[in-house]
Design a protein around this ligand. Structure first.
Ligand code: FMN
Length: 197
């Protein structure tokens, strides 16, 4: 581990990294199966995920690691809560995405009040989600970033231990795919990029 305030090595070009980024693809959450990360791998994935820009060194997020037991228990309670929604069957069906993977990291956006703009703190939590996916990919795992209705229902978020002012940035499900993920449409870059002199 590099000491604080010590110079870091300059970045070197990496075709391997570029190839990884060019091929990165989310997994369908319900298709994620064992093996998942070991405890030591998970520790490293979390540490790499936390190595993310944030304005003001606030680290305005936290992680809840959810194994199969806790997810099954919570999913049972969510099945009941889903009855209170329109189209309960649809709300219940998506719970399959919550329980399939070997492990799930819930990224909680936990902005610090009266510090940097709240929007920027939420953006940092989103960046953490993406970094966790890259870190999981570094170990050869596939992953999926899911929110779904239970990220926005206060009774549901309480089941995951969220408190006042906290928001779900994402459930990052990690595991192994038995079949490669399919590609999906990618943006027309000419329509997305404006270049100014
Ligand atoms: C913040 C956020 C929330 C998402 N929530 C869901 C969700 O609830 N359900 C779902 O099927 N996909 C959800 N997705 C989309 C999946 O992660 C999707 O598979 C992914 O964006 C595919 O793109 P990729 O292959 O470039 O990773 C979400 C994506 C983001 C960024």
């Amino acid at each position: 581990m590099t000491e604080l305030n010590q110079p870091l090595p300059a970045p070197v070009p990496s075709q391997e990294l570029r190839d990884r980024l060019a091929q990165r693809r989310s997994a369908p959450a319900q298709a994620l199966a064992a093996p998942g990360p070991t405890d030591a791998e998970l520790d490293e994935i979390l540490t790499l995920g936390a190595r993310t820009p944030d304005h003001g060194k606030l680290f305005p997020w936290r992680f809840v690691v959810l194994g199969p037991l806790s997810r099954a228990e919570i999913a049972e309670k969510l099945t009941v809560l889903a009855e209170l929604h329109n189209r309960p069957a649809k709300h219940q069906a998506v719970l399959a995405k919550l329980t399939a993977a070997p492990v799930t990291i819930l990224v909680v956006s936990a902005p610090v009040p009266n510090a940097k703009p709240i929007w920027e703190q939420h953006l940092s939590a989103g960046a953490v989600c993406m970094n966790l996916e890259h870190a999981a990919g570094g170990f050869g795992y596939s992953s999926s970033w899911i929110t779904d209705w239970y990220s926005y229902d206060p009774q549901a978020t309480a089941l995951f231990g969220l408190t006042e002012g906290e928001t779900v940035a994402g459930f990052i499900h990690i595991g192994t795919l038995t079949e490669p993920a399919l590609e999906r449409p990618r943006p027309d870059m000419a329509a997305k990029v404006t270049r100014l002199p």
